[in-house]
Design a protein around this ligand. Structure first.
Ligand code: NAD
Length: 284
């Protein structure tokens, strides 16, 4: 693998303050890319009232930028809520002003919350669809004219293994992640003759704050008084033919970078699972 696959390339990553977004940004920087790093920022985080965990912070975003710069690459940080198309368009405009081009978009920002559908409040449904589906739409639409106009682009959206099946307790998340795949496949066709590929990555559980919180752990141990990460390791492991509980964020980065690279120039409208064998018993 060339250490310079992304030399001369500029990548925009949403949800870059931590977790998978940070890991992907650092992997791209290590292979030569400059970065536009977006996240919601501390002021907005409190408005996501339906989550069992806190979102990324401006300090986290600055930390990601510092780590990119330590790898010798340039980083521009943008506080942008992907629900707001004006803020997303603004981040793209700022990136283009700084770097003159955007070659790669990773539409990675997302949330997860828990409720059975029959009990789900309107706010929980709306926040999920606004961020995990409309946020991806806003991000894809914001870069599409620029990439199509240049005749070059690589877009990778983050779906999930539950983007192609049903799952209890997270029906709103499942619906949004199926939606992401529909968006990706449709835009892939629209941009296929203009040098832009559009794909999705579909991870199983990843060791980030999104799932490493008591709200999610309680799905496995609903009656426990206190739960720690080690208490749920066995339950997570039992889900996977490859017997580990969860991926590390960097494990997903390898697949994301492949889809974002020129090696994948003839792959578009596809979904790449990184799933510890989760799909091995299924048709898809
Ligand atoms: N962790 C998992 O098990 C898992 C599995 C499959 C897919 N995913 C998906 O991977 C992606 C990354 O999640 P993660 O695991 O790194 O979780 P994470 O919570 O660590 O990171 C998500 C980032 O997105 C940001 N974000 C959330 N809402 C935003 C908004 N409205 N505008 C801008 N930024 C926003 C957060 O602040 C955070 O920094 C998400 O789309 C998630 O649904 C996660």
């Amino acid at each position: 693998m060339s250490p310079t696959r992304f030399t001369g390339k500029v990548a925009l990553v949403t949800g870059a303050a931590r977790g998978q977004g940070r890991a992907h940004a650092l992997a791209l920087a290590a292979e030569g890319a400059d970065l536009i790093l977006c996240d919601i920022g501390a002021g907005e985080a409190g408005t996501i009232g339906t989550l069992p965990y806190a979102l990324g912070s401006e300090e986290g975003l600055a930390e990601t930028a510092g780590q990119v710069r330590a790898l010798g690459r340039d980083a521009l940080t943008c506080t942008a809520d992907v629900r707001d198309s004006g803020q997303v368009d603004g981040a793209v405009a700022a990136g283009l002003e700084r770097f003159g081009q955007i070659d790669v978009l990773l539409a990675n920002a997302g949330i997860a919350s828990i409720s059975r559908i029959e009990d789900m409040p309107d706010a929980m449904w709306r926040e999920m669809i606004d961020i995990n589906l409309t946020g991806v739409f806003n991000s894809l639409r914001a870069v599409a004219p620029h990439m199509a106009g240049r005749g070059y682009g690589r877009i990778v959206a983050t779906s999930s293994i539950v983007g192609r099946q049903g799952s209890p307790n997270i029906g709103h998340y499942v619906a949004a992640k199926w939606g992401v795949i529909g968006l990706v496949k449709s835009l892939a066709i629209e941009l296929a003759d203009r040098g832009v590929t559009v794909n999705a990555v579909a991870p199983t559980s990843v060791d980030t704050e999104m799932i490493q919180n008591e709200g999610f752990w309680r799905l496995f141990l609903p009656d426990a008084e206190q739960i720690r990460e080690q208490d749920v390791r066995d339950a997570y492991t039992a889900l996977n033919p490859i017997p580990i509980p969860w991926l590390q964020a960097a494990d997903v980065s390898h697949s994301v970078l492949f889809l974002a690279s020129d090696e994948a120039k003839f792959i578009t409208g596809e979904v790449l699972p990184v799933a510890l064998g989760w799909n091995a018993r299924n048709a898809s």
